[in-house]
Design a protein around this ligand. Sequence first.
Ligand code: NAI
Ligand code: MG
Length: 353
Amino acid sequence: MKKLAIAVIPGDGIGKEVVPEALRVLDAVAEIHGGLEFDYSHYPWSCEYYIEHGEMMPKDGLEQISQSDAIFLGAVGDPSLVPDHVSLAGLLLKIRREFQQVINVRPAKMLEGMVSPLSRPENFDIMIVRENSEGEYSSIGGRVHSGEDEVVVQNAVFTKKGVSRVMQYGFEIAQQRGGSLTSATKSNGIAHSMPFWDEVFNELSANYPDVKTNSEHIDALSAFFVTKPQTLDVVVASNLFGDILSDIGAAIMGSIGIAPAGNINLNGKFPSMFEPVHGSAPDIYGKGIANPIGQIWTAKMMLDHLGEPEMGALVLLAIEETLQQGIKTGDIGGNSNTKEVTDAVIAALKRKS
Ligand code: NAI
Ligand code: MG
């Protein structure tokens, strides 16, 4: 029996509604598989936890989850209780940083049964590989003087190590998919970091002769996500560029409610963390109408990561069959609730196994 220890952190808002649903899907996967067992540990870390304890997670919180095979997270943030910069920094960003989850992967794929806002969407299937630890999101910089004389400097940080590892990860995924790798650059406008980015990309390309490569400036590439996403396969990008591209990716899929993501640790010292792209959606929390597909697709990415790609593929097929049947939540034009969608995904899974 293969036993996988999963640290479960539902977090806030609809995280508390969609995480238990995705766990039901994982339980069905274990049943179908026969030789797989999930050992869940549940952690109530959230804004409510903060109100009670004065912190988002206990002092030894990271230690408590460090031995798990993966972390499965819902969403963090309830601005009515705790300011966002405090809650996200105290839980989500802390895990990403301390567990050296240096890469963020987000698929953008046209699912069967989804309606894209693009008027003539062709089948696209993009994997965005975003640098998750440095780049434009650095805290180096400062402000001096005030009024008319105020000066603000924000530094971006690009290290050879950081750039190489995110690109290598992109090349490897492109190789596995038998596809191509597009690098998001802006070396025609950003004088130092992006020419360096291009240099490392060209250097590394030599090691992957079977992967077709190209570089696109971020402005043009953003447009291609809208005008011809079917021409893109794996896209590697810096922290800021990847952040923006993955939001466009979620948008062209038809709803943020279905978009999954993984925060990947590469050195094997700490677990990786899987979480949907969406937040805690306080506007719909408590009504039982949140779309569970983002969290369920996130579970699929976790299965792939934990060496169960066949089970992962089955989950995605079950999601698509459910969408094709028109069993959808309100955000994507249906009138089913969270539980009904999950039930349909589980029924489809069982039919397919
Ligand atoms: P949000 O993603 O929570 O919601 C944006 C809009 O999308 C809302 O109208 C919401 O109802 C809808 N939506 C999101 N997920 C949905 C789902 N599964 N089904 C149906 N509709 C869905 O982003 P927002 O409103 O900016 O942030 C709310 C809170 O979540 C804030 O505290 C924010 O900081 C936090 N947040 C946390 C993230 C994380 O944990 N990774 C990511 C984004 C936001
Ligand atoms: Mg974003």
